[in-house]
Ligand binder design. Sequence first.
Ligand SMILES: [Zn+2]
Length: 319
Amino acid sequence: MSDDLLAFNPDKPVTLPGKKCAYCGVVLQRRTTTQDHVVGRRFVPEGTLTTGFFLQVKSCRPCNDRKAALEDDISLITMLPDTLGRYVNDDERLRRTVARKSRGAISPATRRLAAESYNRIDARIPIGGGASLTYRGVAMPTLDDQRVARLAYYHVQGFQHFASFDRERGHGSWLEQNRFLMLDQFTMDDWGNSQLMHFMAETVDWEPTCVTMLADGYFCHVMRKKPNADLWSWALEWNGRLRIIGLYGGRGERDAFVKNMPSLSADVSYGDTTNGFAMRYETPLADEDDRLFDLPEDFADRPFAAPHWRESRPPGTKD
Ligand SMILES: [Zn+2]
């Protein structure tokens, strides 16, 4: 083995050094340099990030603050129980975290406490002959696409930085914002819908370039490369509740992928877009059909591909 020992240990935390912000690439000034958990400790249920692998990078103060603000209420909303009061797991850590966070996070969309932000739906649906049907319901809080996309970028970029980290140069690479596209976000009850099924089927055999599962499974990320193409897919799962899917690559290849995706049409609708009502039944996903984070069978036996993370040791030193 060379002097470069493969130091990455999937059971231990990693702290990347760096003179540039891992998110935006700005040259860091000593005064404003921060150490950032790529997946914030408070983004996942408390106690789930204390052991095992997690990643810290150097970032500038504005990136750190922006990411923390996004994580703050998105984490609570993705941890909340559903409208029937069910948590994704019967996990005391989850319940405890929600109870604590519910006292603080304010939803930017509703200006109310995020935990009180379940959407109330009231609709009157005419069914002919002057009669109408009243639909009242409560839906899960919805997350603004732009905010979800921005946080997704921070997470995907953080792990990209790690996977491409070059110790000699002191930094990894940066994903270009204009090549980064979020396709959609879906809550757990809808992971079996035709779009997500199509995305899974299309990309599951692409080569994984970065795979992360941490916080006892409350955070998952995978990025895959389409063979012989300028196109990657990425997917995130936050707190077992929300999946976000997207693409990275040239516009032409992204457009071609999107064109082939089935559209999600309403199952029930009336009226028009300014004065109407539409709803789509959600489709849950059976465990055996879930391939979003599947890896090739030989994946665990493969040697780490360069570059990953290497630590230089002074010549002559030994473990
Ligand atoms: Zn930055």
